[in-house]
Write a protein that binds this ligand. Structure first.
Ligand SMILES: [Zn+2]
Ligand SMILES: [Zn+2]
Length: 346
């Protein structure tokens, strides 16, 4: 399709981005062109906007930002099967190579040659976007576009919670950014008996309660240890979802897991962290599981079922909806932490 479109483009190797007119992108024989209906801002987008160390190493400008998306297929490449014009789709954002050891052994989500939508190629904060056929996920038409675009971060939360066994168990979630908040309702949906959330930001603790947390704790003002032992009959929690990437939170959580417990780690520490492996992990028989991306496409089936059957309510999570051109408001809110998930619409 020829013509112009509006997009949020990272134009300079510095903080910021521009809302500007660019050409509607060309697509290859194994790609589809979509009309974007809804997108959402991820922590990764904020890193790219702020131009942190990770972004400086991974992003080449100019590039269209964004990766969480739902939209309608407009055109398909000639080597694309089973996807048609008009299909309502979302996109997995990890683009696996298809031939490395991990890809060949059923672990495409940790492909050795991974490329990522909106990181290594133009993203979706635009009126139109190109999606690789391997990443197309056909949505159930009953799922609203705002929810459909959130299946990507839902996948992170689902993989983190599934890193252990939460059914009938006490769960601690450290950090209530969007992925932590989704994890609250995922843990509930998977049968956790009690979900406790530790988060310093007042606004996010409030959303955590709306997402179904039984107890929220401000770790800077309250004694998390006392609260956990009191609420778990002195046992400690069975499972921790570590979503903060904060060294102190991680070490405290290791102390609060009961021996034999499990921890899924999604939060990314900025630097190396030091852990008491001997007493905190080895002698306690703790299982630590690193989580990256989402299992392809197991988590997508789970996310869409949870949405379709309304086992999860994402309404409290969606705190702001802006048109694309007001993306700066969204980025500033993300910086302040006073938001849940922010939707951007073309
Ligand atoms: Zn994301
Ligand atoms: Zn691969």
């Amino acid at each position: 399709m020829n013509g112009k479109m509006k997009a949020i483009v990272k134009t300079k190797e510095a903080k910021g981005a521009k809302f500007k007119e660019v050409s509607i992108p060309d697509y290859g024989s194994e790609q589809v062109l979509i009309k974007v209906e809804s997108t959402s801002i991820c922590g990764t987008d904020l890193h790219i906007y702020e131009w942190n160390k990770w972004a400086q190493k991974n992003i080449s400008v100019p590039q269209i930002m964004g990766h969480e998306v739902a939209g309608k297929v407009l055109e398909v490449g000639d080597r694309v099967e089973n996807i048609e014009e008009g299909d309502f789709i979302s996109a997995e954002t990890h683009i696996p190579c298809g031939y490395c050891y991990q890809c060949k052994t059923g672990k495409q989500h940790i492909c050795n040659n991974m490329r990522i939508l909106g990181v290594h190629k133009d993203g979706v904060f635009a009126e139109y976007a190109v999606i690789d056929k391997v990443d197309v996920w056909k949505n159930d038409p009953t799922i609203p576009a705002e929810y459909a675009s959130l299946q990507e971060p839902m996948g992170n939360a689902i993989d983190t919670i599934l890193a252990g066994d939460v059914a009938g168990k006490n769960v601690l979630i450290t950090g209530a950014g969007p992925a932590g908040l989704i994890s609250v309702s995922v843990a509930r949906a998977f049968g956790a008996t009690q979900v406790i959330v530790s988060e310093p930001n007042d606004y996010r603790r409030k959303i955590a309660l709306e997402m179904g947390a039984d107890k929220v704790v401000n770790p800077l003002e309250e004694d998390l240890t006392d609260i956990i032992y009191e609420r778990t009959d002195g046992i400690g929690v069975d499972f921790v979802a570590e979503m903060s990437g904060n060294e102190h939170a991680l070490n405290e959580a290791l102390k609060l897991i009961t021996a034999g417990g499990e921890m899924g780690l999604l939060g990314l520490p900025d630097d190396n962290v030091s852990l008491d492996l001997t007493n905190g992990v080895i002698f306690k028989g703790i299982t630590l599981v690193g989580v990256t991306g989402r299992k392809m496409f197991n988590t997508w089936y789970t996310a869409s079922r949870l949405l379709k059957e309304e086992r999860i309510d994402l309404d409290p999570l969606i705190t702001h909806i802006f048109p694309l051109e007001e993306f700066k408001k969204g980025m500033e809110l993300m910086e302040s932490g006073n938001c849940g998930k922010i939707i951007l619409k073309p």
